[in-house]
Design a binder for this molecule. Sequence first.
Ligand SMILES: Nc1ncnc2c1ncn2[C@@H]1O[C@H](COP(=O)(O)OP(=O)(O)OP(=O)(O)O)[C@@H](O)[C@H]1O
Ligand SMILES: Cc1ncc(CO)c(N)n1
Length: 262
Amino acid sequence: MRIPPRVLTVAGSDSGGGAGIQADLKTMLALGTHGMSVVTAVTAQNSLGVQGAWELPAEAVRAQFRSIVDDIGVQAVKTGMLASPELVRTVARLLAGVDAPVVVDPVGVSKHGDRLLAAEALESVRERLLPTATVATPNLDEVAELTGVKVTDEDGMREAARAILAYGPRWALIKGGHLPGAPVDLLSDGREEHWFRGARHDNRHTHGTGCTLASAIAAHLAKGLDVPQAVGAAKAYVTGAIAAGFPLGAGIGPVDHAWQWG
Ligand SMILES: Nc1ncnc2c1ncn2[C@@H]1O[C@H](COP(=O)(O)OP(=O)(O)OP(=O)(O)O)[C@@H](O)[C@H]1O
Ligand SMILES: Cc1ncc(CO)c(N)n1
């Protein structure tokens, strides 16, 4: 009997199914793991943007987390949209008691520019959440908001990694997808440097790329890969999913989580 590795996402729901909890669970399934979820917030969202967002009470987040961890257990955790300072602090406290790798995607603003994290929560992300991370995966906008470092080239990505690592995650993965040219990400623990270069796919249907990458890293960590191996395998998965992204609705469609299944 196959018992798949167990992976938990702590994130917000995207009603459109392209990002958030929905992207995370699809990614976890596609990579052969058992996905579980702690819902932090519900968004009304589609290909055009976020029409509404409602966070859950901290008690509901704690209860979901305890139900999963105390019975089923987890081999890796991924965090996404955490909405408020209170939820960031609640999740950081819960993560401190978990004996499994943690991937923190410090989601700030959606692709359409809608805030998914209150500006007052940035301090808690820096001081409470980032120290719990095995890998933190900010994009360049999140790097700027969290550290003040404005990245325009690959040297800037090194500076960004140092600034993020100063808050205590074991590894920083700086996502350079928003720079021109071939998309390159830098993984660093302050000693080792790994550059991951992918082919750019000029496909506008990229809703969910960040969530998908972070969940794929968590799934591969749960399967026993080390951090550089897990990031390499996750990058290959997200690149394929972006290449196969498809139009839905009138705006930006999702990446294809099932691209390997044809
Ligand atoms: N057009 C593209 N073609 C190929 N790879 C890309 C493209 N855009 C981004 N990537 C890669 O996708 C991954 C996710 O990066 P990205 O910078 O898009 O995350 P993000 O901004 O957090 O996503 P989101 O907008 O979902 O929050 C990275 O590995 C990045 O290099
Ligand atoms: C719920 C949710 N989480 C994360 C993202 C990524 O931007 C999104 N668009 N929606």
